[in-house]
Design a protein around this ligand. Sequence first.
Ligand SMILES: [Zn+2]
Length: 238
Amino acid sequence: MVTAMNQSITDGEVLFGNDSSIVNLTAHRINPAHHYHDGPPNPTWITIGQFKQVLDAIVDRADVHLTLDDGFASDVEIALPLLLERGLTAEFFVLAGRLGEPGRLDHEGVRQLVSSGMSIGSHGWMHRDWRRLDERQASQELGDARQVLAEITGQPVDAVAVPFGSYDRTVLRRLRQARITRVYTSDGGRARRDSWLQPRTSLRYDLDLAWITRVLDSTPSGKQRLRTAAARLVKRLR
Ligand SMILES: [Zn+2]
């Protein structure tokens, strides 16, 4: 167990306070509302004001990589102009099977992101839990989704963000077999820039400047580091 855990750390997937480490952030839907009266319908939905706060905090940070999941229409309508204003880029993980649904991106929206200098990755077909796929679903989630996005963008789509951040050994094996070059999870913590598995931290409805500062600048203690590494190891062995 100890040997395996050491391997997991030296794998280069968990590094902190190192020059080559980065922080991956994930936004989901961005709402025009300024505040929520009874909390948001989903804890990962944030307001425009919160999104701007995050962008302003990362504008000079080469060690922060911003991703947006789920392919909401707010990617193009809200996020894109705010990114461009600040000279920032982001990576958008789109649900291929939901394109064109109300409130979601359509083909034209995806193309607009690409022509504006943004990157497109796959978030699968319809946001299934990738730990519970039969073979037909696996081929739709990992194969078809990527192919559809590649056709729309005219570029290979080789990176994925795992829906719900839910993965296990089988999911990772399928992704390696599919020659996915980068896998984004939701495990939190810093990541090594060149690592295959990239942990991310989700933006939440209750984020404020103190939270942003903590996420961007904290160097976790040795204890936290081991705990995070152990949690990831368990997922990969499961
Ligand atoms: Zn998602």
